[in-house]
Write a protein that binds this ligand. Sequence first.
Ligand code: NAD
Ligand code: ZN
Ligand code: ZN
Length: 355
Amino acid sequence: MSTDGTRAVRLTRWGGPPVITEVARPVPTGEQVLIQVEAAGLCRSDLHVIDAREGALLYRTPFTLGHEVAGRVLERGPGAMGPAVGERVVVYGPWGCGSCARCAVGSENYCDRRTALDADRTGTGAGLGRDGGMADLLLVPSGRLLVPVGELAVVQAAPLSDAGLTAYHAVAGIRRAIDDDASVVVIGVGGLGHLAVQILRATTTARVLAVDVREEALALADQCGAHFATLLRPDSAAVLRDRTGGVGAVAVLDFVGGRSSLDLATGVLRPGGELVVVGSGGGELSVRKPGVLPPGTRISLPFWGTLPELEQVVALAREGVLKVEVEQFALSRALEAIEGLRSGGVRGRAVLVPD
Ligand code: NAD
Ligand code: ZN
Ligand code: ZN
């Protein structure tokens, strides 16, 4: 790496592939903070972003990928708030306007100015239209978006900012529905799903039933504390329903969002249940066709999570309650990691470490 340049994994055109290239070293001004990246998680959303058709997403290329980032504060702009130089932090990735009522309470994932930001093609946050953290350095708009992680290992910390936070926010949305003998089905035990299983076990009394299409994901579900894990098969709805004592699940967390997962979800839900669609697998649901959704189903489409929730997730990890299953790759091998995730070869979360 030269002294005035720095490496970054950039999406230069929709459809990819991304390129690893040298970019100018960012200089923090105003409230901005420059982070020396030490770990950046790879999410299936990165594949959706890379594969998107021109115009499908509300931001422009080129930009640096990477929305799950941990590292050290390297340099602060003259008006920066928050963590000091040298402090180890994780970056809260959804970047809103910072001043509306939602942003004021740390819910930048649901910024009131999102529609206006989208109209300007401003981008949703780190690595999503704005330069992200699959790089040596990351420029963060404000210190308000940083959460200190103390001695937590950086490869553990980075995935907390999306895989951990999104799973936690999804569970938070169904917590009030979970009573003593409630069953919750988790579909897709990958980066997000394996943490959802742990969060459900650590923070609720739910019986956790997990489904995946890969045997090794079932082994991971088991390791994370699922009460039961099964491969997706034509009779999965009946098998799972049986495990709920015949009544059905009080909630389904769908981390796939495809046709087969939504079919399974609607087949195992109990009347008045919660269908939480987190995955963006392109599936469709009919709310009109009789018999498709049980009566009283509440559907939610949670997006990422809030800053206070990220603090709670970091606290759980620091207590040793949450453990991310990590497959580590050197940043220079980012393209191999991306292909590995695409072919279903990653157990837990792939995390890139600058080399
Ligand atoms: P991942 O690839 O790590 O995990 C997906 C898991 O689902 C894998 O274990 C895979 O084997 C399994 N799977 C695939 N098809 C299946 C099926 N039909 N039935 C059961 N299991 C199946 O992905 P990830 O990074 O955990 O992301 C999961 C999804 O969530 C992606 O679509 C991603 O874009 C989305 N996502 C949404 C948000 C949000 O805020 N809503 C945030 C992050 C990721
Ligand atoms: Zn993501
Ligand atoms: Zn806002």
